[in-house]
Design a protein around this ligand. Structure first.
Ligand code: SF4
Length: 379
């Protein structure tokens, strides 16, 4: 992938119909007026992106729930991107949606605007678990949404979660098998993390969150990684599975160190040297944009050694691993000179494999990936 010459585009829509009990994302319940002024601000921010503007092969509308906006609002934002950036033909253009926020006409409208990949936040097909999570949809709605979406999209991703309160290994089996039976192109499965400032965090503090034990979670994970490949979904990253050729180009770009422009409240950008983040509060974001003030601040100057660490740390999360040639092109150094000892040690332990220029984790390495990846950090 030509990550060095291209940039990814991310658009953040920080609004949801309701706040889920586990959610720590920058999202809130909003009024129609708030959404309208946010869209205006977003368009202003996109159109004032400073030059030079690299071409893009991936646009991603995430949130929040982007589909809480009207089709007209989404169309206006998309048009602003198209007039500002050179969007390659055949780009991957993704929008996240929640079952229950999109019907047939809406899905058709998304396709007409130009979205060609739909990422559905299903999380589970178990109604009890969906209630515990505080999701606004039930399993019937989720199934119907996928079936309807297939009339318009041939690239659909379903998000699932495991390690949920009251969830059993059998529940995970049903969820995984149900998602695969839908014959979508991509499945992401994330383990629940109990984050501060969430309802789950409060419940956990007072011992009222019945989480599965670490061993059960490990069994769930084992089941997931053993089963999905048998059902036609190759694991290409720790938590991501896809049919051949349907890996997410957007996420793969992040994992291989691509530059990215993030627009909207709390969105992050990276130009290859500096990482910036936008003001997260929606009202402040809109006020500052209206006043012509910069909404971004520098978060981190990415030094060469930090970029090398990240290249390995993120790249090794993917089953394809990292490429010594790309490392050299990017940093002007031979990866075996920089990380020779680390590579040799983990190779001897059977945790890393080297095949020509490719360096990747073995199945055993994946099991203890945190330990292996930590070796790639400079002291
Ligand atoms: S729909 Fe997603 S972003 Fe919105 S509250 Fe739920 S988890 Fe958070």
């Amino acid at each position: 992938m030509l990550t060095d010459n291209y940039a990814l585009i991310y658009v953040h829509i920080p609004f949801c119909a309701a706040k889920c009990n586990y959610c720590a994302f920058n999202s809130k319940i909003s009024t129609a007026e708030e959404r309208e002024s946010y869209v205006d601000a977003l368009i202003t921010e996109i159109k004032s992106t400073p030059y030079p503007l690299p071409p893009t092969y991936s646009i991603y509308f995430g949130g929040g729930t982007p589909t809480i906006l009207t089709l007209n609002q989404l169309k206006k934002i998309f048009a602003a991107i198209q007039t500002t950036f050179n969007v390659e033909k055949n780009s991957e253009i993704t929008i996240e949606a929640n079952p229950g926020t999109v019907d047939k006409n809406f899905l058709r409208g998304l396709r007409e605007i130009g979205f060609n990949r739909l990422s559905l936040g299903v999380q589970s097909f178990n109604d009890e678990l969906l209630k515990i999570l505080g999701r606004i949809h039930n399993s019937t709605t989720a199934l119907e949404t996928v079936h309807t979406a297939k009339n318009f999209f041939d690239n659909i991703s379903v998000d699932l979660m495991y390690g949920l309160p009251n969830q059993t290994l059998d529940d995970v089996k049903v969820d995984v098998e149900t998602a695969a039976a839908l014959d979508v192109q991509h499945i992401s499965i994330y383990g629940l993390e109990v984050e501060p400032n969430t309802k789950f965090f409060q419940l956990n503090e007072v011992g009222r969150l019945n989480l599965p034990t670490e061993n059960i979670c490990a069994d769930m994970y084992e089941f997931i990684i053993a089963t999905l490949p048998k059902l036609g979904y190759n694991r290409y990253e720790v938590s991501n599975f896809a049919k051949v050729g349907r890996e997410s180009r957007h996420n793969s770009g992040y994992w291989t160190g691509a530059k990215y422009f993030g627009f909207g409240a709390g969105a992050h950008s990276y130009n290859g040297k500096i990482r910036t983040s936008n003001v997260a509060n929606v009202a402040d974001y809109v006020k500052n944009i209206r006043a012509g003030r910069d909404v971004s601040q520098v978060e981190e100057l990415v030094t060469k050694s930090a970029a090398m660490e990240e290249f390995c740390f993120l790249g090794l999360r993917m089953t394809a691993g990292i490429d010594a040639k790309i490392f050299y092109e990017r940093f002007g150094e031979n990866i075996f000179d920089v990380y020779g000892k680390v590579i040799e040690k983990n190779f001897k332990l059977g945790l890393l494999q080297v095949d020509g220029d490719k360096i990747f984790l073995t199945p055993r390495g994946f099991e203890v990936s945190n330990v292996v990846l930590a070796d790639f950090l400079f002291d």
